[in-house]
Structure formats: structure tokens, C-alpha cells
Design a protein around this ligand. Structure first.
Ligand code: C2E
Ligand code: MG
Ligand code: MG
Ligand code: MG
Length: 289
């Protein structure tokens, strides 16, 4: 390929982009069969109380164990599932699997009930069949709706036409969390018309809280403080995402943040990893008695 420098570079860039696009199409085309072949699995990341680090809940996070590419993170395939519509059957599988697993833990550890959080995309939230699906899943799994949290992004709740079922979810006792709060167009108007129970403070705010020397970035700290005050004033609790350091944890606790999630507390765990955690917290709490 003896082409002029400028043209050559342009052609190369173009073909690289085409190759990436082709790989995306190929992956998207494999999604429906992957569901039938049970290639998806859930991992669970603990959410802890910032007062005492007690386990309060877990968030279900989907993984794709691809036969050739290995374990794929959701960022690699959730957008494709959303574009192709596969997100609806995939999302139903995730919700049913998460509720079934939560019910199993509740049976095994009746004194250590933890909430189950499940993520939802825009089209899942806008799906007219959502409430019927949720009812069927709660009935089949026996999971308590009061211990179910559905996480939606701000973009999913911005469109008033797409949020008709949120009131129905809330009537069932299901809690609604706003995921990645502060990263979207934070038009707070939706807080006035929607049943929101939890704000999940986005990672970048948490990252800005304190650097390794323990110095706080005053702007980020004031923003976080104000978000927490606002949320608490209207009866909403706050979970900090991506808590990685002890100084971040200390700052969040001092600012009154309710719960935390992040590598400082735990990476996402397999279901047996969560079971081990429940066994441990059970034995430590009975030792206290
Ligand atoms: P998310 O709901 O905001 O989930 C939190 C993400 O942050 C997870 O990435 C988690 O592994 C990661 N994380 C946890 N602790 C830390 C930390 O201390 N530091 C940093 N830097 N990151 C941390 P993951 O599992 O790759 O999920 C990415 C996104 O994919 C999720 O973001 C969620 O929006 C979406 N997603 C995951 N599972 C599902 C699902 O079942 N359904 C739908 N619709 N979306 C999902
Ligand atoms: Mg990831
Ligand atoms: Mg989430
Ligand atoms: Mg998030």
C-alpha cells in the first residue's frame, strides 16, 4: 500500500474504525444466542453503611462469559443490547436471577436481609411491559419488593413520557435509585414529580473528595455536601459510588453520606463470595451477643 503519507494515514484510520464497527456488529449479532446459551452471569458488589461498614445491600452487575473473548464487562455489550433491543430479554433474565439469588440468601440467612439493586437502561424503564414483568418475577421468586432497588440513570428519568411505570414500581414498595448522579444533565425537576429514594453519587465526585495527602478539593467537597443536604431534606438517601480510599470514606462519613460502594469495601463478588460474607457477618454478630 504505497500511498501518500496524508492519504495513507487517513485510509488506515478509516479502516481501523471500520474494523471496530464490524467487531461491534459481530458482537451484537451474537447477543441473542448468548442468552439462550446462558453465557451471562451476575456478580454482586456490596453496599455498606458508612456508619459501621455493615452490609446493607448488593448491586447485581452482569458479565458476559464470551466463548472466544473471555469475560466481558457490561460497558462492552450493554450499549449494543440497548441498540438492538436484546436488553429487554437480557434485563428480564438479570432481574429474575438477582431476585431468585436474593431469596435464596434470605432463606439461608433470615436475620441478615440485604437489599438487591438491579440496573435498568432507558428502554427497560420505558418498556410498557415492565410492571407485568416485575410482578411475575416477584411472584415466581418470592422476593420482597421492599428489598428491591432499581437503578436508573438521569437520562432515563428525564423524559416524562417514559416514566409512567415508576409510580407503579413505587406503589409496590420498590425503591428507585438515580445512578451516576451528577454526571448527566442534572435537571433536578424530576425529583419533584418522581418517586426517587436513593441518589448514587457518581465516582468523579468521590474521587475529588480527598487526595492522597488527605487534602480536600473544596469545590467537590462543597458540591457533595450540598447534594447530601438536598437529598436528606427531601427524604432521599445517598450512596457514594467508587469509594477507593480511607480518606474518601472519612470525608463521606463526615458529610453524612448514608452508604458506600467501592473497592475499599469490596470488589464485585461471585454469588458464593457473597454467601461467604454473609456467613462471616453472621458469626461475628452472634459472637457479639
Ligand atoms: P454502575 O451501575 O454505575 O455500576 C458501578 C460500576 O462501578 C461497576 O462496573 C463496578 O464494578 C464499578 N466499580 C465498583 N467499585 C469501584 C471502585 O471503587 N472504583 C471504580 N473505578 N469502579 C468501581 P461494571 O460492573 O463494569 O458496570 C458498568 C455499568 O454497566 C454499570 O454501572 C451499569 O450502568 C451497567 N450494568 C451493569 N450490569 C447491568 C445490568 O444487569 N443491566 C443493565 N441495564 N446495566 C448494567
Ligand atoms: Mg467494569
Ligand atoms: Mg448501578
Ligand atoms: Mg453508577
Amino acid at each position: 500500500a504505497a500511498k501518500s503519507d496524508g492519504r495513507g494515514r487517513f485510509v488506515m484510520y478509516d479502516s481501523e474504525r471500520d474494523a471496530r464497527q464490524a467487531a461491534r456488529y459481530a458482537l451484537a449479532a451474537e447477543l441473542p444466542d448468548a442468552l439462550d446459551r446462558r453465557e451471562f452471569t451476575l456478580v454482586y458488589q456490596p453496599l455498606v453503611s458508612l456508619e459501621d461498614r455493615e452490609l446493607r445491600g448488593v448491586e447485581a452487575l452482569v458479565r458476559w462469559d464470551h466463548p472466544r473473548l473471555g469475560r466481558l464487562s457490561p460497558d462492552a455489550f450493554i450499549p449494543l443490547a440497548e441498540e438492538t433491543g436484546v436488553i429487554l430479554p437480557l434485563g428480564r433474565w438479570v432481574l429474575e436471577q438477582a431476585c431468585a439469588q436474593a431469596s435464596e440468601w434470605a432463606k439461608e440467612f433470615p436475620d441478615r436481609r440485604v437489599a438487591m439493586s438491579v440496573n435498568m437502561t432507558v428502554s427497560q424503564a420505558h418498556d410498557p411491559g415492565l410492571l407485568a414483568d416485575v410482578d411475575g418475577i416477584l411472584m415466581r421468586t418470592g422476593w420482597d419488593p421492599a428489598l428491591l432497588v432499581l437503578e436508573l440513570t438521569e437520562s432515563a428519568v428525564m423524559d416524562p413520557d417514559g416514566t409512567a411505570s415508576l409510580n407503579g414500581l413505587a406503589e409496590r414498595g420498590i425503591r428507585i435509585a438515580i445512578d451516576d448522579f451528577g454526571t448527566g444533565y442534572s435537571n433536578l425537576a424530576y425529583l419533584r414529580r418522581l418517586p426517587v429514594h436513593v441518589l448514587k453519587l457518581a465516582g468523579p465526585f468521590v474521587e475529588g473528595l480527598r487526595d492522597s495527602e488527605g487534602e480536600s478539593d473544596s469545590v467537590d467537597e462543597r458540591i457533595v455536601e450540598t447534594i447530601i443536604k438536598l437529598a436528606h431534606a427531601i427524604g432521599i438517601s445517598v450512596t457514594a459510588e467508587a469509594v477507593e480510599t480511607a480518606p474518601q470514606e472519612a470525608a463521606l462519613r463526615q458529610l453524612g453520606c448514608d452508604t458506600g460502594q467501592g473497592w475499599l469495601f469490596s470488589r464485585p463478588l461471585s454469588s458464593s463470595g457473597v454467601t461467604e460474607l454473609l456467613v462471616k457477618s453472621f458469626s461475628s454478630s452472634s459472637a457479639d451477643v
